[in-house]
Design a protein. Structure first.
Length: 181
């Protein structure tokens, strides 16, 4: 059996050989978890930026003046949907994964003052054309425009945490006033 005296313990306490291995064993897992977190949160931020940009582009395209005699149906909503579709495709996101927002924006029609539902022709994106963006104090029609909203799923992969394999619905919404010229 080894018996340590005071001098031997002091010398053992000052010994620094192989301490780098012990320090690395403590620090490397924390460093890799931090790098993994930066990567996955960066991916979520990139996707959020892309879908927000797509919603803005859709609202902007829907608010631009359209030729009323050029196409049948709702050219405002079609222009908005096409812009969202294009922006998502350019951002390398799967358009098929987009879906209606969990809560539909409660907006009022500029035409008849009733609640405006999403355009039913588009199953992935909620497009509300000719809606009040800022009603007047007297209850009359204020600024009218287009609202585009949708959500996009994102799944974290962050082992060892409560975020591992958790599906998060990222929300995107934009409103732009209608142009008349």
């Amino acid at each position: 059996m080894l018996k340590f005296t005071g001098k031997k313990l002091q010398r053992l306490g000052r010994e620094t050989r192989a301490s780098e291995i012990a320090e690395a064993a403590l620090v490397l897992p924390l460093m890799f978890m931090t790098l993994l977190g930066i990567f996955w949160f960066g991916q979520a931020f990139r996707i959020y930026g892309t879908i927000t940009h797509a919603a803005r582009e859709g609202a902007r395209a829907g608010a631009a003046p359209v030729c009323t005699s050029c196409a049948a149906g709702n050219p405002v909503a079609q222009n908005a949907y096409n812009a969202v579709h294009t922006a998502l495709a350019v951002g390398k996101l799967d358009v098929a994964r987009a879906s209606h927002p969990s809560t539909t924006p409660n907006l009022i029609s500029c035409v008849d003052g009733s609640a405006k539902a999403c355009d039913s022709n588009f199953s992935k994106v909620c497009i509300q054309a000719n809606v009040q963006l800022s009603p007047t104090a007297s209850g009359g029609t204020g600024v009218c425009g287009v609202s585009v909203s949708f959500q996009y799923p994102y799944q974290f992969w962050f082992p060892g945490t409560s975020l591992n394999k958790q599906l998060i619905q990222l929300q995107a919404a934009a409103r732009v006033r209608m142009e008349t010229q």
